[in-house]
Design a protein. Structure first.
Length: 82
């Protein structure tokens, strides 16, 4: 908001502001307003540690993949060559 009130702290980012000005906020409202807010149960990124058959692709073009999320009930393999 402009003009900025005199005597107020300024921060380099919205996250820096939340961490400094609202560090004890139990509701988490400030952090929830971030473009990519942190969660209590973050999701992993990158591929899985196992591979599974890609049944969604035509058989002639398919292979084993390790993308998330892995569908339920798939056999898994330690490598693409296993």
């Amino acid at each position: 908001t402009r003009p900025m009130p005199n005597g107020r702290f300024t921060y380099s980012s919205q996250l820096a502001c939340c961490k400094a000005a609202y560090a004890g906020q139990t509701s988490g409202v400030c952090l929830s307003q971030l473009p990519s807010p942190p969660t209590m149960s973050p999701t992993d990124s990158g591929g899985l540690d196992v591979f599974y058959p890609d049944y969604a692709t035509a058989y002639s073009n398919a292979g084993c993949i390790n993308t998330r999320p892995m569908p339920n009930g798939r056999f898994t393999y330690s490598s693409q060559l296993a």
